[in-house]
Write a new protein. Structure first.
Length: 165
């Protein structure tokens, strides 16, 4: 096996299988950095860069929320969007057990199980968005429509501006 061969993540294998056009952005990063810093490292436009967060509903069901890196989840809006009484973000320690991915490398595509997924509606205005590729240091660029189709997602209104502290 050639050493130059790119190591595919689960997300990439799924996109290949579904014949989805995408690009891969790789960057050097040994540990978790937030979306703002990874966009800075790669030169990705902040407004088109999206992060993947996982929440658990009152029912016990997990939900995946894909939102702009400069925003945060409004938990009340998110709960309404998925038809729950309430949702809360899962603890960092639970990310790998629930998704199969590590913090900072959590892709909305190819988790251990397919969870109901909602993409912030602002993604619809772009031809291409940037999401995690399933490993720290890997970003995928693809159309929001393809992301919706492959992840079984719907669009929703659940994100709010991050409040200054």
């Amino acid at each position: 096996m050639s050493k130059e061969k790119e190591i595919k993540t689960n997300a990439m294998r799924i996109l290949d299988r579904e014949k989805v056009s995408y690009q891969v952005l790789q960057y050097e990063c040994g540990e978790f950095i937030d979306g703002m810093h990874s966009a800075e490292l790669t030169g990705a436009p902040v407004e088109q860069s999206f992060k993947t967060l996982v929440a658990k509903g009152k029912s016990g069901q997990y939900y995946v929320f894909v939102l702009p890196i400069a925003k945060e989840v409004d938990l009340k809006k998110a709960a309404r969007t998925v038809g729950e009484k309430s949702v809360e973000m899962i603890h960092v320690k639970e990310i790998t057990a629930v998704t199969g991915y590590v913090r900072g490398g959590c892709s909305p595509i190819g988790m251990k199980k397919r969870f109901p997924t909602v993409i912030e509606q602002s993604a619809e205005q772009y031809d291409r968005i940037y999401v995690s590729g399933g490993r720290i240091g890997t970003t995928l660029i693809l159309s929001p429509e393809d992301l919706c189709r492959v992840s079984g997602a719907e669009y929703g209104d659940f994100a709010v501006e991050v409040e200054e502290q």
